[in-house]
Design a protein around this ligand. Structure first.
Ligand code: ARG
Length: 282
């Protein structure tokens, strides 16, 4: 969107989350259909979902050692576990809150807003008519924002982010309803490396990605298993179980891969990364 010159790769500070925000699935359920994965005829097993969430939580806190902050799930917000959609945190304890596309998820907005206020964040709000689904659709990579649009986020949100930060925003059009958030098909791995599923993007977005990053393409089979929806903490990658090809490529590049079964969250259209919000401050 904006052509502010960015720093060269070597000068860039690498953005690393210092902590994560998660929400234990005390009221997690599938009570509506707002994406191509959700079917009321195939609701999650709540006990199994709890076990899978705990395994993710324990992998992050015990094996990787990153602090995890928790927000309580509101009883009327079955998708609130997907904290990646709370907003987009920015350095200096700031957050751009999400403005959800669907009323079913708009009920989450005041809970996230209150949490960030209580933690001392400066809260920025999108214009009313501008949908934005937070880190589900936007990644901060150093002083560059990579953002998806069309399905859940409107292009006006990219303009807002660019004006607010003064940073360049790479706007990527999502073209397939199964990959409706950027974090379902695009995985920043640090430095200039990303894994992504090319078919989720229009041809121009693919070209932009190829021009800006070193890329690892993800196969359709593993994209369908939410391979791109992984959490990256330094050289650790926590990914949904059952993606051996991406795992192989990552291990070859020196990453330590942790697999976590995510079947009960994939039923709602999310996996490891959707359950986590990256916080630049502890
Ligand atoms: N059921 C949720 C929705 O459709 C899933 C959100 C997944 N989150 C994500 N960051 N991809 O909104």
């Amino acid at each position: 969107m904006q052509t502010t010159p960015t720093q060269s790769t070597s000068e860039r500070r690498t953005t690393q989350p210092k902590a994560l925000l998660m929400c234990a699935p005390s009221a997690y359920d599938l009570l509506y259909e707002i994406n191509a994965w959700m079917h009321l005829s195939d609701r999650p097993d709540k006990q199994l979902a709890w076990k899978q969430w705990e395994q993710l939580y324990r992998t992050l806190t015990e094996q990787i050692g990153i602090p995890v902050r928790l927000i309580e799930q509101a009883s009327e917000a079955p998708d609130m576990v997907f904290t990646a959609n709370a907003g987009l945190p920015l350095p200096g304890k700031q957050i751009v809150l999400s403005r959800f596309r669907h009323p079913e998820r708009q009920v989450e907005e005041p809970y996230f807003e209150q949490w960030f206020h209580e933690q001392g964040y400066t809260v920025h709000l999108m214009p009313y008519d501008c949908a934005f689904e937070g880190e589900g659709d936007a990644f901060v990579i150093d002083e560059l924002i990579v953002a998806g649009y069309l399905k859940r986020t409107d292009i006006c949100a990219h303009r807002y982010l660019s004006r607010l930060t003064g940073w360049e925003v790479l706007s990527l059009e999502l073209v397939d309803d199964r990959w409706y958030h950027l974090d379902t098909c695009f995985l920043p791995l640090g430095d200039r490396l990303v894994a992504y599923y090319p078919e989720a993007f229009d041809w121009y977005a693919r070209r932009v990605i190829e021009q800006h990053f070193e890329t690892i393409p993800v196969s359709p089979e593993e994209a369908l298993k939410f391979a791109c929806n992984s959490v990256v903490i330094g050289k650790h990658v926590v990914m949904p179980a059952g993606c051996p090809i991406l795992r192989f490529y990552l291990e070859e590049r020196g990453y330590t891969v942790h697999e976590v079964p995510m079947s009960e969250f994939i039923k709602s259209g999310g996996a490891c990364k959707c359950l986590v919000l990256y916080l630049p401050e502890d």
